[in-house]
Design a protein around this ligand. Sequence first.
Ligand SMILES: [Zn+2]
Length: 404
Amino acid sequence: MSKNHFHFNEIDQEAINNFLEYLRIPSVHPNINYDACVQFLQNQAERLNLQYRVHYCKPKNPIVIISLIGSDPTLKSILLNSHMDVVPVFEDKWLYKPFDARMDEQGNIYARGTQDMKSVGIQYLEAVRRLQRDNIVLRRTIHLSFVPDEEHGGKLGMREFVKTDEFKKLNIGFALDEGLASIDNTFKVFYGERTCWRFHIHCVGGTGHASLLVNDIASDKVRYLLDKFYNFRNVERKRLENDNKLTIGDVTSINLTMLDGGNQLNVIPNELIMTIDSRIAPTTNLQEWEDTIMRWCKEAGKDTFIVYDQKHPQVPVTNLDDSSPYWVAFKNVFRKLDRHMKMEIFPAGTDCRYIRATGIPAIGFSPICNTPVLLHDHNEYLNVKEKKRIHKLSTFPIANESVR
Ligand SMILES: [Zn+2]
């Protein structure tokens, strides 16, 4: 590791060391053993002299809560959430081993989880360390939650945790969770998410020898439906292309992700199953969308039916206006530091939706700028200098809370 090119003061070097140590824990799907993460976080909490506990909604899936108690614990608290799990890797596609956390000459730290989202978890801890160093006492309690299973939809983690008394007792007024890196100098702040519906459409029809022209076959229905879905897809694609104010989160995405059926090369298949992944924009009326899909299926012909894999409810976006003191505090930090941010709808799903669904205002924010978006990609990295800037920025939104 060519650390020699970079000189950091003690507290920054400690932050980097903590980051590298956390990255080297292979908390990678599937069948994750979280013991090393829990041990790591316990050590962190002890060194910072913070309250620490582990909660289980499901066996082997710990939820670690680290708390910095405010001077007025009766006030609503702030939740800083991050997930401990990371997605699998194709190791042969990586420049360095993805759980070695190697830093190159430019200071790029390569590891799975650098962007999504161990950097954010470490940043929360390092922000607390700086508050303590500067003897800043906050009025509100800050809870840092480290959750499992986000990359599998949070079914063993946040989705269940928000239903517990343990969660309610945290008395949360505002939450931060993950966002996305930004390729330029403007931070991205996510105030809502699209709704994921993923479904299989079974198309059943006539069968027979493939040399014949049999009527009303499964592929007729697939063709009809694909036209409907892809015409709509093109409308959304053009809408996105023609309006530079829109981002992918503002439109509905449609993709055929699987097409199954047939078992013999010269037999017309009795059934074809098409799988559609749709991410529905928050401005879409879900009932109307469902009615449309149902109508298309009916028009496609009899024996066409839908089996849902995922059919999430629509979660209202977090209202970001000056009536929210938390949002005002957050926003003012950017003004003070003369940094720009852009408010967007998150294109995919995160644990943030479960927090938002309980009525708690929540934003997705990974303070990473000037960095290619490499989450879930090969060679995911974060530059060590960007990491340092993150600490500087992250200290303030929380510290600001103390002045109100
Ligand atoms: Zn993530």
